[in-house]
Design a binder for this molecule. Structure first.
Ligand SMILES: [Fe+2]
Length: 233
């Protein structure tokens, strides 16, 4: 149920969901065990009894994190199950969740709960979504929600497969789909400043919400996929 992905970092696979246009997507969450023993939950998936039991073998959730506006679907499961946990939402999301009176909006500075253990930055300037990226220091892992993704050949049948291939989403390793690249047009300078900071992190691994976890070569991959935001040409 929980897969280890380095020191104090795990991930769990959720259900396959059907999104707009009938495209089916796998889902994934990550769990970091913080130094104090509490858990940091990224991109929460449905909280089944089985998942809850597995998570609680590591500890109790201390912080629940929705890293962009597309990854808050099952937050309420967790908020209700763990009323003591902090709730941290991507920019713009708190207004969509007025019921979460204890929610805080994520910025470029890590909250006290994970400062010094997980770094973060807001990648602004994309027309589709404003995503918060994270770097887990102990495992050298960067967590990217939707800006990088990949699916095996044949995952999307029929015309959806053609669309996915044209969008650059089909292949062995995560890439930035064309729609997200285009989404930065007109705001490249703003996004480029954040991308520089992102690539300063000593990245060795990459975990995405939809696609192949990368244990080797993640640094080069990140430079290829984000470096163009600030390079000339
Ligand atoms: Fe997603």
């Amino acid at each position: 149920m929980l897969h280890s992905f380095g020191p104090d970092l795990h991930y769990a696979e959720g259900p396959v969901i059907t999104a707009a246009g009938g495209f089916r997507f796998p889902t994934r969450m990550a769990v970091v065990r913080l130094d104090g023993g509490g858990l940091w939950i990224w991109s929460p998936i449905p909280l089944t009894a089985e998942l809850r039991a597995a998570v609680e073998t590591l500890g109790l959730p201390q912080a629940l994190v929705a890293p962009n506006h597309l990854h808050d679907s099952w937050l309420d499961d967790w908020v209700q199950a763990y009323p003591q946990a902090e709730v941290h939402l991507a920019p713009g999301l708190p207004a969509r969740h007025p019921e979460l009176t204890r929610a805080q909006e994520l910025g470029d500075a890590a909250p006290d709960a994970w400062a010094g253990q997980i770094d973060q930055l807001v990648l602004r300037g994309n027309a589709i979504t404003t995503e918060v990226l994270f770097f887990h220091r102990a495992s050298g892992t960067v967590l990217v929600t939707d800006l990088l993704q990949n699916y095996p050949v044949g995952w999307f049948p029929g015309w959806r497969g053609v669309v996915a291939r044209l969008d650059g989403m089909v292949g062995p390793r995560p890439r930035m789909p064309r729609k997200f690249r285009l989404g930065f047009l007109g705001h490249r300078r703003m996004a480029g400043q954040a991308a520089r900071l992102l690539l300063d992190w000593p990245i060795t691994r990459l975990l995405v919400a939809h696609g192949t976890p990368v244990e080797q070569g993640a640094r080069g991959l990140m430079h290829r996929e984000f470096g163009w935001l600030f390079r000339r040409g």
